[in-house]
Design a protein around this ligand. Sequence first.
Ligand SMILES: [Zn+2]
Ligand SMILES: [Zn+2]
Ligand SMILES: [Zn+2]
Length: 184
Amino acid sequence: MWYVKKMNDTCPKCGSTLSEITETQTGKKLRRCSAGSWNKETRQNEGCDYVLWLEVAPQTLDEKCPKCGEALVLQTTRFGKKMKKCSTGGWDKDKKVATGCDFIEWINGTTETLDKDCPECGEKLVLFTTSAGKKMEKCSTSGWDRDNKRPTGCTFVRWLKPGEIPPGVNASSEGEEFLPPEPN
Ligand SMILES: [Zn+2]
Ligand SMILES: [Zn+2]
Ligand SMILES: [Zn+2]
């Protein structure tokens, strides 16, 4: 279901091939020219400095918009959050107004803070809900180091049973991403 569109593979500056897509900490995707590289020590580009920033392209879903019946697309925001939106929806940059259908549904890959301490390190736990709707408690200090591809911080995780509401969660305190905008 996930795929990356085949892009133009050649550097417009030097004609070398572009390297594989890499993702920044904020979830933006880019491709560097293979004739260039990022030197972590000097924090400078070496060689060709061409970088192709990729639009996080919306992916057409096999689902219809409940408002207008057009196809829905899956879009990832700048902050890595995912939403389904109507493919007819858009943004008029000149007039700064939304165009087309405004249907949006956030996908619930969210975290919310729990009033509960980590049994391992005493920091607060967070409740994480995957986009598949599974919930887990994990330590708020945990993270993911994308460069080194390893977890950081405390590794405490406890998966919740389906339907289990962990103590400390107010059933109405859903993350804002759960909530589609109120219909007018
Ligand atoms: Zn190049
Ligand atoms: Zn629509
Ligand atoms: Zn912890």
